[in-house]
Write a protein that binds this ligand. Sequence first.
Ligand code: C2O
Ligand code: CU
Length: 445
Amino acid sequence: TIVNTDMAKLGIIMNRRHFLGSAAAAAIVPCGVLAAPARYQLRAEPVIKQILPPGDGATRMLGFNGSMPGPELRVRRGQPLTVAVENGLEDGTAIHWHGIRLDNRMDGVPMLTQKTIPPKATHTYSFVPPDAGTFWYHSHYLSHEQVALGMMGPLIIEEDTPPDVDRDITVLISDWMMQEDGTLVGDFANRHSVAHGGYMGNYAKAFLSGQDVQIGDRVRFRLINAATNRIFPVTVGGVSGQIVALDGMALATPRPLSDLILAPAQRVDLIVDVTGRVTFDMITRQDPYLLAELVPVGTNANRTQAPVPPLPPHGLPQPAEPAQHLTLTMMGGAMGGRHGGDNIWAFNNVSDLPADPFGTFTQGETARITLVNDTSFAHGIHLHGHHFFEVGPDGALGDLRDTTLVSAGESRDILCVFDNPGKWLLHCHMLSHQVGGMKTWVSVA
Ligand code: C2O
Ligand code: CU
C-alpha cells in the first residue's frame, strides 16, 4: 500500500510556497546515540534547537537529555530495556513505546495504563522487546502538543544477527509551524485545523543519525514519520535497493524501492546501495522539497552488490479464522456528516475514550475489523500492543502494520491476533484528530 497511492486523494500535496527557507537549507543533524547496556535515563525538558537554517532563529521546544529528537535508544531483540523517565517539564507527561508488543502496564497511556508523571517525578519503564525493527517513543500525554514540540525519538531493536550493511542510519521526519525568527507557532488545538487535516508545519526536515557514507556502501535507512499530522510522500535519490520492513516488521520478500508514503507514526526500512548524493525529498505538486541529504565522502570498492536478502522473519502468529467481525467507522470533521459524539471526531458515534471498550477479545483470538472512513480526510489508525495484517480488497493478506492509512471515503479490513492481554488504545495517529475525539480502546483478557 505504500506504492502508487493517489496522493492528491489523500489530501497531502502541499504547496511549496507555504514553506519558509530554501530546500538547500535542510541540514543534516545527527541524533545522539547512547551506548549499551540497556538502561537509559531520559529527562524530558525544554530545549533550544536550531531547526531553521543557521542564521535564522533557534526554536524553543521540548526534548530529552537536551536533544530534539530525543536520543536514539538501541537494544537487541529480547534484551530487557529499562528507561527511567524524569519529568523536567512544568506539565505532566507519559511516554509510549510505539509499535512494541510490550507488557500493558508499560504502554504509557494516561487514563488507561498509568497516571501521568508529575513534574519533577521519575517513572521507570521496563520491558523486553520481542521484535527486531524500527520503532519510536513519544509523549502520550497532550501528545498533540508535546509531540509537536519535540517529545519523540527513535527506538531501534536490533536483529539477533543484523543484516550485512556498512551503515545503519535513522531518518526521523517531522514538520513544524514556524515564524521566520524560529518561533514555533503553538496553536496546537485550533478547532479549524483539528476539524481538517490537523496542525501541520510550514517547515519540514529529516534528522539523520549519521552522515558518513561512501559511494558503493550498503546502507540501512530507517525512516520514521514523527510528525503529528502530515502524511509524507517521500522519494529517495542516489541509491538503488529494496524496501525490507514496514512498521518494524520484516517483509518476507523485499520490494524494489519506489516512492514511499508514510502516515504519521509509520516506519519504512530500506537496504540500499549508494550510487551518488543521497537525497530524501518530500514529493509536492511543484519541486521536490529536500528533507535531508548525504554527500558521499569517498568510494567503497570492497562491497559486492549482491541482491538484498530479506531481514530475519518476524515471529508473529498467522491469523486464524476470525471469531469476531467488528466495524469501526470514522466520523466527523469538516465536510463530514453528523455523528452522535460530542467532540469534532468520532468512532461509531462516540467521541473520546468511552467507559466500555470498542472490542473485547479472548487472549489469542483473531478478529476482523472493518475500518470505514466516512469522513473527508485520511486517517492513520494505530492499535497499541499489537500488529495487524492489512487485508486487500481481494481478501488477500497484506502487510503487517501497527498503523494503517485509510483514505477519505475508503474502507480497509484488518486481521489481528489479539494475543497481548490488557487495555489497548486504538486511535487516529493524526494527533489533532486524536485530541478531537478519534480514539477508543480494546480489552484483551
Ligand atoms: Cu504512537 Cu497511541 O501512539
Ligand atoms: Cu485522523
